[in-house]
Ligand binder design. Structure first.
Ligand code: PLZ
Length: 456
């Protein structure tokens, strides 16, 4: 082949379909018009990362109304792990739309609901008899897990952790740690929620004995919080296996296992909130597999329905069945179109290539960003699988300004990038698990340049 035959074509139609391409500044003129319309009609209570309006998705790119092609490092906050326009999801959901959109599972049943429950019973951690309840949102799954644990134990209290995120409803915002924006001015918050310490792996000493001591201290802190009200008053302990909104915090080895032991010893239901970290995101089907820990209850949402609203509470049969008949439900719980989407997701996860994709993303992110640790201002590179983050901080403390500036520059360059963390000083990467290696690489290169620019 001669050089001439591989030279890029000037014809825009010949530009490869799977590439970032900006034809306007971001946001472009059409997005700006729509944004003005939004300001007139939509509450200011919703924030927005990048005010562009999306027309369609192609692979791991989002195409906006100005025909800009944006690399998606957000997946709608860990939802579209199989891509935002996966043909298998579209096919199954569309076929269901043609059959019926809704019956309400509490009125008449459909088999896809049962099939989703069966898959979750078989695949969530824990080798025991399980039952599943389906709902629509993540917060609803958390709320229902607490209801189930209270009903089964007849105890009132709930233990959650520093940096936790569990939702925006009344109870779940009380369980969430960060004040602004989640809790500010929304009180009074419901009571019976206690908060314990964690043992973040990025703060753990490298020496194994010192690290074990560090974990033991955190667990002793958890026992102290339980002792405030008495461990026998706690229905549930709710923990994210890798913390999401709170900053992509991986727990030090032994911490989750320690919580498991404490929960068992006091008869407290261990609820593992896999809403963000589950369904393959970390390179295992469920993130708690990395710690060899099984919750009594495991929560799924987000990537479960590939963007159609679906959440699940899967747990020990005796807990799940402790609730009186009619005590659980919801008009839209386990919507049939969302169940078909979940069944498509299960098919797509089956051969393991998406899990391998997640692990490949971790390797690529580490290779690109770990060298930046030499830079003053880059505090840690952490996470698991396709749930990776770069934290900014220096002697002055957390550097939210650097995270914000780098994310803004990446977004302006067409690489959709989110921040997170209690101090807002973390950039997180949540690409679709099947992102094409060349698209991933291009996105990471753009982000690296953005970070270097923000640091200098
Ligand atoms: N538990 C671990 O990550 C949702 C929140 C986005 P819902 N995370 C994204 C925002 O700012 O609202 C989440 C989570 C974990 C629970 C939830 C709540 O899930 O589907 O947003 O209710």
């Amino acid at each position: 082949m001669t050089a001439a035959t591989v030279a890029p074509s000037a014809d825009p139609a010949a530009v490869p379909q799977r590439a970032r391409r900006l034809v306007t500044e971001l946001p472009g003129p059409r997005s700006r018009e729509l944004e003005a319309e939004r300001r007139r009609h939509v509450t200011e209570g919703f924030g927005v990362t990048l005010p562009v309006f999306i027309d369609r998705a192609e692979g791991s790119l989002l195409v906006d109304v100005d025909r800009n092609r944006i690399i998606d490092f957000a997946s709608g906050i860990a939802v579209t792990s199989v891509g935002a326009a996966n043909p298998r999801v579209a096919e199954r959901a569309a076929a269901q739309l043609g059959r019926f959109t809704h019956t309400c599972f509490m009125v008449t049943e459909y088999s896809s609901f049962v099939e989703v429950c069966r898959w979750l019973n078989e695949h969530t951690p824990g080798d025991f008899d399980k039952r599943t309840a389906l709902f629509s949102t993540g917060a609803e799954a958390v709320e229902n897990a607490v209801k189930i644990a209270r009903s089964a134990t007849r105890r009132p209290n709930v233990l959650v952790f520093d940096e936790a995120y569990h939702g925006r409803t009344q109870l779940t915002m009380a369980m969430t740690a960060k004040e602004n924006p989640y809790r500010l001015n929304f009180g009074p918050l419901p009571g019976a929620v206690f908060r314990g310490p964690t043992a973040p792996a990025h703060l753990a000493p490298a020496d194994p004995a010192a690290s074990a001591e560090y974990v033991a201290e955190a667990l002793a802190g958890v026992e102290t919080v339980l002792a405030e009200a008495g461990p026998e008053t706690f229905a549930a302990m709710v923990v994210e296996p890798v913390q999401g909104e709170g900053g992509f915090v991986v727990h030090t080895d032994g911490f989750l296992a320690g919580l498991r032991e404490i929960a068992t010893r006091h008869g407290i239901v261990l609820v593992v909130d896999e809403i963000q970290a589950g369904m393959g995101r970390t390179g295992a089907l469920f993130a708690s597999e990395h710690d060899g820990v099984a919750g009594d209850i495991t929560l799924s949402a987000k990537a479960l329905g590939a963007g159609l609203p679906l959440s699940a509470v899967t747990g020990r049969a005796e807990l799940m069945n402790a609730v009186h008949p009619g005590g659980l439900g919801g008009t839209y719980a386990g919507n049939p179109v969302a169940c078909e989407a979940a069944l498509a997701v299960f098919e797509l996860l089956e051969d393991g290539s998406l899990l391998a994709g997640a692990r490949g993303i971790e390797a690529a992110v580490r290779a690109r960003f770990e060298p930046l640790l030499a830079h003053d201002g880059v505090a840690s590179v952490r996470g698991r699988g396709a749930m990776m983050a770069v934290e900014f901080g220096d002697a002055s403390g957390p550097r939210a300004d650097v995270a914000k500036a780098a994310a803004a520059a990446a977004n302006a360059a067409g690489v959709l990038t989110l921040t997170c963390g209690t101090h807002g000083n973390v950039i997180r990467l949540l690409p679709p698990l099947g992102i094409e290696p060349e698209v991933l690489d291009e996105g990471l290169a753009v982000l690296e340049a953005a970070i270097r620019g923000a640091l200098s």
